[in-house]
Design a protein around this ligand. Structure first.
Ligand SMILES: N[C@@H](CCC(=O)N[C@@H](CS)C(=O)NCC(=O)O)C(=O)O
Length: 214
């Protein structure tokens, strides 16, 4: 398998965690999101992902995009350990948590969105960071409430093993720190982060451990 990735991309980070949890080996193809105006925008990369976003996963000649679609593909093809609970209601709960991050938080503080806000609405770096903080805070506080409210409280977002929810949460915390969010408001989330970081699958997927890290 070949993963088109950028060390600091949180969507790529999600897929790296999933591949590691499944114990799969893969080749990394770094796509630098800033160098030369962004390698994701080249004709060559657009042929891989017409959305010009990382990650993309190539497996047996087929290309998949969208981190959550990739992760669910891996989960179906390599069912152990499972990344989603079997019970439909539990599965729905885990997906809801994951989507808080993947649908509501991450897309509106992504590089191209922030660049657009800066360039077209004449906003400063500080204003753009404030925008990112606002949406991250809204998402993390809702997610923390969801975690506390569910009956299967354990060491992770749901129960006592990592799921798709943790896979989305941990990379988002890196972004939150980058934009200067005050994470002390989220003690439950910080505790989950500790449990995740203790697992090699999460630790080895961290941006600073990647071959293209700067
Ligand atoms: N929903 C997509 C999001 C992918 C995405 O936004 N990737 C970012 C990096 S985390 C990217 O490639 N950004 C490039 C840009 O904004 O130009 C997924 O989950 O794969």
């Amino acid at each position: 398998m070949r993963l088109y990735t950028f060390f600091r991309s949180s969507a790529s980070y999600r897929v790296r965690i999933a591949l590691n949890l499944k114990g799969l080996s893969y080749e990394q193809v770094p796509i630098h999101l800033r160098r030369g105006g962004g390698e994701q925008l080249t004709v060559a990369y657009r042929a891989i992902n017409p959305q010009a976003l990382v990650p993309a996963l190539e497996d047996s000649g087929k290309i998949l995009t969208q981190s959550l679609a990739i992760i669910e593909y891996l989960d179906e093809k390599f069912p152990n350990p499972p990344l989603l609970p079997k019970d439909p209601a539990d599965k729905g709960t885990v997906r809801s948590m994951a989507l808080v991050i993947a649908c509501e938080v991450h897309p509106i503080q992504n590089l191209r969105v922030l660049n657009y806000v800066k360039a077209h609405y004449n906003q400063s770096e500080a204003q753009v960071n404030q925008w990112a903080q606002h949406w991250i805070d809204l998402g993390l506080s809702a997610l923390q409430e969801m975690i506390v409210a569910q009956p299967r409280r354990g060491n992770f977002c749901f129960g006592n093993s990592p799921t798709l929810a943790d896979i989305c949460l941990i990379p988002q915390l890196g972004n939150a720190r980058r934009y200067g969010c005050d994470l002390s408001k989220y003690p439950v989330i910080l505790q989950i982060e500790k449990h995740c970081s203790a697992l090699p699958a999460f630790a080895n997927a961290a941006p600073e451990k990647q071959p293209d890290a700067e």
